[in-house]
Design a protein. Structure first.
Length: 316
């Protein structure tokens, strides 16, 4: 198998649980996910199968959208309900206008301190392991991109936000920092990832509904992972060269980073990058996988054609 699955992850399951569920259905095919969701969170989890696991980093580059729900006037060591929640005594109760007025300072490229209960490594160890062991965990703030921030509903203490952001953003930390800016505190009570690029929760399949049969119908072509990249259409000779790890001459190609190299039919051949100002080299070769996927799809289509009707006796 070669392609992507858009999974709607249920609450209480880890991203690894979702990968394991898919793995059991497609073993021994390699499986990986493109962006962790905490067990508390639900929504879009893109899972890559077979050679498409080489495209995980490109899915992770796509913008993300979340619906986050927060409870003001309380804090926790994990910045959500998973930790020990402590309510403030006589907390400030912000007005709706004050909440809206505070949002612009969190839009754009901002400095964000990740929660101590996170998978970030500190001296080779996960921060959450150190925090659970009672260690003093100090994480440095880092830049993240918040594209859009909008109030969906506010009825104190509950605040619901629609958030558009880039990779690496911790929504828990965003709620924590927003609460502090309002003179109070906040914990995240629920989170739904509603989109990663064009992968939306409306088009996702529920993890619990995934079966051998439904998986085959839900598989998305790997090309969906790289639609945001620059595209280079190769001639048949260039396909042959790139497929064999060779460079091709492309003067004034007009881009500096990775690009999707496609054949004339629109199938992904490789991810390429400039080797010199006038040459491209393959950095991720997918020609064999694409050819196999097309052959498999054709064979599946042919096998799905109805057989000639044959009259035969039956008994009940």
């Amino acid at each position: 198998m070669y392609g992507l699955l858009n999974i709607n992850k249920p609450p209480g399951k880890t991203s690894r649980d979702a990968v394991n569920r898919v793995q059991r259905l497609v073993r021994p095919v390699k499986v990986g996910h493109a962006g962790t969701l905490d067990p508390l969170a639900t929504g879009v989890l893109v899972i890559c199968l077979g050679p498409a696991t080489r495209l995980i980093q490109y899915v992770q580059q796509l913008p993300k959208r979340y619906t986050g729900t927060f409870l003001l006037g309380r804090h926790s060591d994990s910045d959500d309900l998973e930790g020990e929640v402590i309510e403030l005594a006589n907390p400030v109760v912000p007005t709706a206008d004050e909440v809206i007025a505070a949002l612009p300072r969190f839009v754009g490229t901002i400095q964000q301190r990740p929660p101590i209960f996170s998978a970030i490594k500190v001296n080779g160890k996960r921060a959450y392991d150190l925090a659970r062991a009672g260690k003093d965990v100090q994480l440095q703030a880092r830049p993240v991109a918040i594209h859009e921030l909008r109030v969906v509903r506010y009825e104190y203490p509950e605040l619901v936000l629609d958030i558009g952001c880039g990779s690496g953003t911790y929504i828990r930390s965003l709620g924590r920092d927003l609460g502090e800016s309002l003179g109070t505190a906040a914990v995240m009570s629920s989170l739904e990832r509603t989109a990663i690029g064009d992968f939306t929760v409306e088009s996702a399949i529920d993890l619990n509904d995934l079966t051998d049969d439904s998986l085959a119908t839900q598989l998305i072509p790997a090309e969906a992972a790289i639609r945001h990249l620059d595209c280079v259409v190769l001639s048949s000779d260039e396909v042959h060269l790139i497929s064999n790890g060779r460079t091709i001459e492309r003067p004034r190609h007009g881009f500096t980073g990775d690009a999707a190299a496609m054949d004339a039919a629109g199938h992904l051949v490789a991810i390429v990058a400039p080797r010199t100002p006038d040459h491209l080299r393959p950095v991720n070769n997918l020609a064999v996988a694409s050819k196999h996927a097309r052959t498999t799809a054709t064979s599946s289509l042919q096998s799905a054609q109805p057989e000639p009707r044959v009259s035969r006796a039956t008994s009940s």
